[in-house]
Unconditional design. Structure first.
Length: 145
């Protein structure tokens, strides 16, 4: 991937924009980039109970992850684009040092996989679907025996 001009991510392919989003927004917590990278009509088709399905929900989820998991690192294992769709297979790693969906901090290291499918429109996220390995995360945080 070529170096990203942080002032103008508009010249990137959808796959490069996905990598940029993962690195800058999800991993670094740069919530100020969401309005530029996510379409106002965005819909998340796989929200959890209590999560918003719109653009604001992305910021809330990313902020909650950064509050719950210190040293958050996200490795993109696979990133594949086809037309206006981009799929990623990612590994999230960190330490559970804050509350996560009501679950108190365990101090345990966490490592879980997520697969995302995002539809792009005019260089912005417009739709999202995800499958996350929540059972592994619950075990690692101590919620499951």
């Amino acid at each position: 991937m070529r170096l990203v001009d942080q002032q103008d991510p508009g010249r990137l392919s959808d796959s490069e924009l996905m990598r940029y989003f993962v690195g800058q927004v999800q991993q670094m917590g740069r919530l100020e980039l969401i309005d530029r990278l996510v379409h106002p009509a965005f819909r998340n088709h796989t929200v959890e109970p209590g999560q918003q399905a719109d653009r604001a929900g992305i910021g809330e989820t990313v902020a909650a992850m950064h509050q719950a998991f210190s040293d958050l690192r996200i490795e993109i294992l696979h990133c594949v684009g086809d037309g206006d769709l981009v799929a990623t297979h990612k590994m999230f790693r960190g330490r559970h040092t804050g509350t996560w969906f009501g679950l108190p901090p365990s101090g345990n290291p966490i490592e879980f996989r997520v697969m995302d499918l995002v539809r792009f429109r005019d260089g912005q996220w417009i739709e999202h679907w995800a499958v996350a390995d929540g059972v592994t995360l619950l075990r690692q945080t101590g919620a499951l025996g």
